[in-house]
Ligand binder design. Structure first.
Ligand SMILES: NC(=O)c1ccc[n+]([C@@H]2O[C@H](COP(=O)([O-])OP(=O)(O)OC[C@H]3O[C@@H](n4cnc5c(N)ncnc54)[C@H](OP(=O)(O)O)[C@@H]3O)[C@@H](O)[C@H]2O)c1
Length: 248
């Protein structure tokens, strides 16, 4: 077995930001690398996910995930390569998705990792379309909203990580019409010219209600809500009988 590194770098939260995080709120520090214990694996991380929810975890408040601790490494989704294993079913060279990002090396119980196949998709895709964002879009559309072929679908935050996937899934699964809203003309162009949306509008250019009515003359059957507010109100007033709404 090749020798394991003695140490690796990890990002620590060293101060709680107020407003925008500052470089001084985090510090890159060396930490010892330990050999995996029984049933555990050591992974060299290759990709980290940087997600909006992480800013919330920098605050010391109760939420659906515990806050980051001061002077401890941060965590988050990551994908890496197993470099040492004492767990059945995990071999050196396997790739895994797991929850100990923000560090070069992660050592953890093997059941906390999910093996992924680097030959099927780029490894970073397992943090996006084949990871939490894809699952959110998929479950929100097909489970929560019970999408069926022929539905007209409206997606807000449509150029974002989740919205762009929800719209594309609706398109390839036979929606009668897919409409998206976004906050710039460039994003609107992306939606219609590259992501396959039938119509899109810039919500900063006029009332959402008017723009949605123009884009969906026959109403909508599904609203995939990423933003709430005026978008939700406009969608409710445009919803056909038996319409469904996913509040993401
Ligand atoms: N990413 C995940 O894995 C995940 C998992 C579960 C739930 N979610 C939820 O899914 C939703 C979308 O998240 P995301 O990861 O796709 O984020 P994202 O890529 O940052 O997209 C969100 C988009 O919402 C738009 N937006 C922000 N404020 C707005 C406002 N006041 N009115 C209208 N649009 C606004 C922005 O686009 P414009 O520039 O077009 O305004 C922004 O890019 C969030 O509610 C998030 O909590 C995400």
């Amino acid at each position: 077995m090749t020798a394991l590194p003695e140490s690796g770098r990890a990002w620590f939260l060293v101060a709680r930001p107020h407003g925008w995080p500052e470089p001084g709120d985090v510090a890159l520090r060396d930490v010892p690398v330990t050999e995996p214990g029984e049933g555990r694996i050591l992974v060299r991380n290759l990709h980290f996910s940087v997600d909006p929810y992480m800013r919330g975890r920098m605050n010391d408040v109760k939420s659906y995930v515990p806050p980051y601790q001061l002077d401890k490494p941060m965590d988050g989704a990551a994908v890496g390569e197993v470099i040492a294993s004492r767990a059945e079913g995990f071999a050196v060279g396997d790739h895994v998705v797991h929850g100990l990002g923000w560090r070069e090396y992660a050592e953890f119980p093997a059941e906390h990792g999910t093996k992924v196949d680097a030959s099927l998709a780029p490894l970073s895709a397992y943090l996006g379309v084949l990871g939490a964002t894809g699952l959110t879009a998929y479950a929100g559309l097909f489970e929560t909203a019970s999408f069926k072929e022929g539905d007209a679908v409206f997606v807000s935050g449509a150029a974002g990580a989740v919205g762009s996937e929800a719209g594309q899934l609706a398109r390839i699964k036979g929606a009668s019409r897919v409409i998206g809203s976004a906050g710039s003309d460039e994003k609107v162009r992306l939606l219609t010219e590259e992501y396959g949306f039938d119509a899109a509008f810039n919500y900063k250019k006029g009332p959402v209600r008017d723009q949605l009515k123009a884009a969906a003359p026959d109403g909508i059957d599904v609203y995939f809500d990423n933003v709430g507010g005026d978008h939700l109100e406009a969608a409710l007033s445009t919803l056909n009988p038996h319409g469904r709404v996913t509040l993401c």
